[in-house]
Write a new protein. Sequence first.
Length: 426
Amino acid sequence: MDVIRIEGGHPITGEVSVEGAKNSALKLMAATIMAPGVTTLVNVPDISDVHIMGKVLKRLGAKIDVAGKHELVIDTSSVDSCETPYELVAQMRASTAVLGPLISRFGEAVVAMPGGCNIGARKIDLHILGLEALGVHFSFDHGNIHATTPNGLKGATVTLEFASVGATENLMMASVFAKGVTTIDNAAREPEIVDLANMLNEMGARITGAGSPVIEIEGVDELHPVEHRVVGDRIEAGTFLAAGGLVGDPMVVRGFDPAHLGLVLKKFEVMGIEVERGEDWCRVSRAGELLPTDIQTLPFPGFPTDMQAQTMCLLALASGESVVTENVFENRFMFASELMRMGGDIRIQGHHAIVHGQKALSGAQVKAPDLRGGAALAMAGLVADGITTISDIHHIDRGYEDFVEKLSSLGAVIERTEVPDPALDD
């Protein structure tokens, strides 16, 4: 099995560039279904989730050419199926992103229940309730969601109980071809929502309000293919910035909008990390000790759940007690038990984690529990005494391109290597 091995205690400094946002690229790829023809996406990250979404689109009948390492040319003119394969979509929760586009184009869809990281129930009730308001009928069997539109799609006002990113995206894409006007109240406001709306508008959609709690979509008859650049990945950027703040040496991260990490960067500053912001870059450094602070995860512009583990890693070495409250995914504290193996002092109480800062961490054998938790363990390994070995690194591959290579370029003593799988031993 593949593992990442890190020798802690080395200076980490320099510059690194991030790729396009995973959480945007996957939805943009799905949206190409709605515009038969050739759409080109640039700044697409070369990660396993993108590869899986590409296979999903191909199984639906699309043709995909890789024009460059970060450029996909997607021809959806020959898409002729509305049924997605279970063996692919069960590997990631973003698979539900094809539901809205398939309903828009064909008036029906068969989509397997989603999979992905084991960080929460990932219920899609909000997707279903919202789409039902537009005239979609649902049935369920054998692990599949069957959607039909016997009377077509009609605009409606949909109020989301929770500002769900996935539900907002599916509703937005399904509403593009609905008759009349659709209003999404309590819509998700993430930058990836804005990126999707921008591409759909470039294709000919009429969407206003993306990035605010209320999005309006005026139905149109058709969309046309475009060329679109994926927004920079704020979570990848935040991960490297957190690593820079943890080590303390100056680090510059390029290729994203610092405004997309507004609250994260403010919390870093509270923790004693110096932050300098540019148009598409950010610089961090730290001269003093890390200071404790409390965080609670919330939908954008609140503190992102995808930055919770990386920040807990910082707090594990802060000079005092911090409280981390997880309001989005109920299982996201699985990372804490692995960090405790490295010397972290963390106590879980429901959806709160009480973190008592320690003077140091020690290298250990740990497992990546999920995508962001795996990256945070690598962060911890950078400053831990001795060697840290991380297994189950397929989670990290889902969202970080050239993760080991980028850290190595900053000075980390890190390698990806293959070791015998103890589970296969007699």
